[in-house]
Every structure is written in C-alpha cells, then in structure tokens.
Design a protein around this ligand. Structure first.
Ligand code: IPE
Ligand code: IPE
Ligand code: MG
Length: 246
C-alpha cells in the first residue's frame, strides 16, 4: 500500500526547465568581459545535460535568449548569436553520441539566416535521439508563445479552449515542466514559460549559472522531491494519502 510519502513529488522531475542567469555577474566578478561568462555558461550547460541524462531526467528546457534580450548592447547580442553557432558546430557530434535530441523554441523570424541554418541542422541531426530532449529557448518569450498559439487557433478557426491552446504552444510535444530552476538570485520568471509553469514547482538559488554544478542540481532536485504537488486539491485527496477524502 502506498503511504503518505507517495503524495510528494516523484523524486526525479521528468521535465526540468532552467533560467540560466548570472553569466554577466560571474564575468564581472573576475574582471572579464560579459561574453566570457556566456562562454563559461555553455560549458556548464554541457555538463548539466550529462548530469540530467545520468539522473534519468527526460526533458531539459533552458532559457538561452529571451525576446527582451535584444535590448542588450549590440556587441553582447551578436556575441551570444556567435556563441550559439560555434557551440552547435563544436558540440553536435558529442550531443548525438549522448542521445540528446535538440529542439529550439522561440521566434525564428528575428534570427539571421546563419543562425537559423545552424538551428535547423542541429534539430535535423539529432531528430532520432531519445535519451533526453534538450529544448533551447532562443528568442523566446512566454507572451510570444501565447500570442502565436492564439493566432494559430484563430487562423484555423478553432474554438479557444485550454487544451487547444496548450496544443499550439511551442512546448506542446514535451508538456509542462515539473521544476523550474532559476540561478543567479533573481526571483522572477522574466517571461519564461508563463502558461506552462502554472503548476510547476519553482526553485531559486543564488549560484551564478557558470558556477552551477552537480551539487547545485542535486540540491534543486532534492528540494523538488520534498514538495507536495496538490494541483488545487487537499493533501488528503492525493494518491497515496492514508486518510480517505470526504
Ligand atoms: C543570463 O545571464 C544569460 C542571458 C540572459 C543571455 P546574464 O547575462 O543575464 O547575467 P547577469 O544576470 O547579467 O549576471
Ligand atoms: C532571463 O534572464 C533570460 C535568460 C536567462 C536567457 P535576464 O537576465 O534577461 O532577466 P532579467 O532582465 O534580469 O529579468
Ligand atoms: Mg540576467
């Protein structure tokens, strides 16, 4: 018989989403240009992907460039675009070996042809992989996602329901995250997965993204495992509760 412990979240989240924040501060602390923090951030993402595979996480969604990040100085924006293209060409073979299926989520229209080409190639090359889905949110905003989903429904003349809208979101294939982690100490979503995070467990830590390591990941997973996900119900109603609901 399942006991009350079963009412807490499963110990390993199926889908983890991360706001990888703090690259600039990490670099400034070392008197380095901000871009050095973004480069280190890519290294940490590679390690985190591996750690997630080892722990049996099935989907990892990361926030790499927001709709609002275009407001940054042009040098930083072009540096981030360059880092993406270079990282994809360097890491694609390794990601393929690790069974990672890459998907990019966000508005493609604003991206250069070169960036679009490298995203499409990475998606195509990893399409048959099944160990872990890595969704990279690039030129992504939760408001954009909701608007494009609503526009798709309107264009198809479909009635707007929760299920229909969810099915048109850019994350429809992977479902909602179980856990959102934000590094860097800020406690906000910054336009990340606004609809999808309605019942997601949130975890904020002060670790700057380039310092995020296995211990920091495990601390987030441990915090998640101790949460009781009630989805609006009472504790007694949850599966595994020993008290019959009345
Ligand atoms: C997150 O780190 C990466 C991106 C937004 C692209 P930041 O660049 O926001 O780092 P901080 O928050 O300024 O330290
Ligand atoms: C959120 O971080 C976006 C990414 C991590 C890609 P920001 O650094 O852009 O968020 P704000 O500006 O502090 O809210
Ligand atoms: Mg930031």
């Amino acid at each position: 018989m399942r006991n009350a412990v079963a009412a807490v979240a499963e110990s390993i989240p199926r889908h983890i989403a991360i706001v990888m924040d703090g690259n600039g501060r990490w670099a400034s602390k070392r008197f380095l240009p901000r871009i050095a923090g973004h480069k280190q951030g890519v290294e940490v993402l590679k390690r985190t992907v591996r750690s997630c595979v080892l722990r049996g996480v099935q989907v990892l969604t990361v926030f790499a460039f927001s709709s609002e990040n275009w407001k940054r100085p042009p040098d930083e924006v072009s540096g981030l675009m360059e880092i993406l293209v270079v990282a994809l060409s360097r890491e694609l073979n390794q990601l393929k070996k690790e069974g990672v299926h890459l998907q990019f989520i966000g508005e493609r229209a604003g991206l250069s042809e070169r960036v679009k080409k490298s995203l499409i190639e990475a998606e195509r090359e990893t399409a048959d992989n099944h160990t872990l889905i890595l969704n990279v949110c690039f030129n992504y905003g939760g408001r954009w996602d909701l608007v494009q989903a609503a526009q798709a429904l309107a264009a198809a003349g479909e009635p707007i329901t929760e299920a229909a809208l969810s099915a048109k979101l850019s994350t429809a294939a992977v479902g909602d995250p179980d856990l959102v982690v934000r590094t860097g100490g800020e406690m906000r979503l910054s336009n990340f997965l606004l609809w999808q995070a309605a019942y997601t467990e949130l975890y904020f830590c002060n670790v700057l993204w380039p310092d995020f390591d296995e211990a920091a990941l495990d601390a987030a997973i441990q915090a998640y495992a101790g949460r009781e996900r009630r989805f609006g119900m009472t504790s007694d109603q949850l599966p595994g509760s020993q008290t019959a609901s009345v």
